[in-house]
Design a protein around this ligand. Structure first.
Ligand code: NAI
Ligand code: MG
Length: 353
C-alpha cells in the first residue's frame, strides 16, 4: 500500500466547496485501487486567515508544507476585503517560489459531453507548459513619487536555467504525446528577453531532434487558440503569456471551471502543488453550484504525478461520462449542484471498478 500525505489548502470562496468534492473522488479512487491511500491534513490559510492574523499563512507555513508529499489547493482571493496582490503573493506565489515549483502545466482538451463556445473547435488536445518562477512576475521594481510625477517600474527576469528547464520539460512531455512543441514568443516587440527566449528555444530544440517545433508571437498564438486550437500539442510560454493563454484554454473548453493546473517541482525536492486554474469565484460562492471538475481534473494530475496514470485516466473518463450524461453545473448550461456532479463522477468510477 502506497500512502501519501497531502496538505490541503481549500482557501477562499468556492475553493472550500470544490476541494472537499475532489477529495471524495480521490478517496473513491484509492478505495477502488486498493494499493493507494491518502492522508489529508487541512490548513485554513486564506483571506479569512489574513483578516484574523494579518498574514496569509504562518511564519513556519512553508517549513510545514515541506513535510508533505503533495499540496492540494483550491483558490484564494477575497478581492473586496483583501487586495489580490496581497493574497496571491502571501500564499500562492510564496509556495510556488519557495518550494521550487518552477513549472506550471495546464492542459486544455475538448472533453466528450462538452460544448466549446467555438463554432469549429476540432478535436483539440493541448498542454501549456508555463515557466512559473520568474519572467514578468518578478519582484524587481518599485514605485516613486506621488501625483503627476508618479511612476512605476517592473523588470522582467529571464534566466537561462529557468528558461531551459521549462523548455526541456515541454520537449520531454511532447515526446510522450504528439511530438510537437510551439514556443510562445514576442521577439518583435520585446527586444531583449524574447530574442533570448528564442535563442534558448533553438538550443533546446537541437537537443531534441525527434520533436517538431514552431514559434508564434503571443498575440497571433492567442488568435490561433480561437481559430485552430487543434494545431497545438505542447506550448511553452513565459509566466505572463502562459497565464493568459491558459485562461483562454479554459474558455475554449467551455468553462474556466473545468481547467486544471499543476505547479511542479520537477526535481521532486519539495512537494508540488495541484490547483485548478479558476479563482475563488466570489460571485457564486456559497451557493453549492461551483463546478468541481477543474478541481477533480487537478486531482487526476496529482494521480499522474504520483505514478498512478491508469487511475488518472479513469478519472478523466468519469468526468467525460458525467458531462455526456448531462449532469452539469450552471456554468456549463446545466442545473446540477457541485454535489450532484461529484456523485455522478464517483458512481461512474464505482461502476467501472
Ligand atoms: P474566478 O476564476 O474566480 O471567476 C471568473 C468567473 O468564472 C466568475 O464568473 C466565476 O463565477 C466563474 N467560475 C470560476 N470558477 C468556476 C467554477 N469552478 N464553477 C463555475 N464558475 C466558475 O476569477 P476572478 O473573478 O477574476 O477572481 C476572483 C478571486 O480569485 C480574485 O481574488 C482572484 O485574485 C482570485 N484568483 C485566485 C486564483 C488562485 O487561487 N489560483 C486564480 C485566479 C483568481
Ligand atoms: Mg491566471
Amino acid at each position: 500500500m502506497e500512502q501519501f500525505e497531502i496538505a490541503v489548502i481549500p482557501g477562499d470562496g468556492i475553493g472550500k466547496e470544490v476541494v472537499p468534492a475532489a477529495i471524495r473522488v480521490l478517496e473513491a479512487v484509492a478505495d477502488i485501487h486498493g494499493g493507494l491511500g491518502f492522508r489529508w491534513t487541512s490548513f485554513p490559510w486564506s483571506c479569512d486567515y489574513y483578516l484574523k492574523h494579518g498574514v496569509m499563512m504562518p511564519e513556519d507555513g512553508i517549513e510545514t508544507l515541506k513535510g508533505f508529499h503533495q499540496i492540494f489547493l483550491g483558490a484564494v482571493g477575497m478581492p473586496r476585503l483583501v487586495p489580490d496582490h496581497v493574497s496571491l503573493w502571501g500564499l500562492l506565489i510564496k509556495i510556488r517560489r519557495e518550494l521550487h515549483q518552477s513549472i506550471n502545466v495546464r492542459p486544455a482538451k475538448l472533453l466528450r459531453g462538452l460544448t466549446s463556445p467555438l463554432r469549429d473547435p476540432g478535436e483539440f488536445d493541448l498542454v501549456v507548459v508555463r515557466e512559473n518562477s520568474e519572467g514578468e512576475y518578478s519582484e524587481i521594481g518599485g514605485r516613486m513619487h506621488r501625483g503627476a510625477d508618479e511612476m512605476a517600474m517592473q523588470t522582467a527576469v529571464f534566466t537561462r536555467k529557468a528558461t531551459e528547464r521549462a523548455m526541456h520539460y515541454a520537449f520531454e512531455l511532447a515526446s510522450r504525446r504528439r511530438k510537437h512543441v510551439t514556443s510562445a514568443t514576442k521577439s518583435n516587440g520585446i527586444s531583449h528577453s524574447m530574442p533570448f527566449w528564442d535563442d534558448v528555444f533553438q538550443d533546446v530544440a537541437q537537443a531534441h531532434p525527434e520533436i517538431a517545433t514552431s514559434k508564434h508571437h503571443i498575440d497571433a498564438l492567442a488568435a490561433f487558440f480561437v481559430m485552430k486550437p487543434q494545431m497545438f500539442d505542447v506550448i511553452v510560454a513565459s509566466n505572463l503569456f502562459g497565464d493568459i493563454l491558459t485562461d483562454l484554454g479554459g474558455a475554449i473548453m467551455g468553462s474556466i471551471g473545468i481547467a486544471p493546473a499543476a505547479n511542479l517541482n520537477v526535481e521532486r525536492s519539495y512537494p508540488s502543488m495541484f490547483e485548478p486554474v479558476h479563482g475563488s469565484a466570489p460571485d457564486i460562492a456559497g451557493q453549492g453550484i461551483a463546478n468541481p471538475l477543474g478541481q477533480i481534473w487537478t486531482g487526476k494530475m496529482m494521480l499522474d504525478f504520483l505514478g498512478f496514470e491508469e487511475m488518472g485516466t479513469l478519472v478523466l473518463k468519469a468526468m467525460e461520462a458525467t458531462l455526456a450524461s448531462g449532469v452539469k453545473t450552471p456554468d456549463l448550461g446545466g442545473k446540477a449542484t457541485t454535489t450532484e456532479v461529484t456523485d455522478e463522477v464517483i458512481a461512474y468510477l464505482r461502476r467501472r471498478a
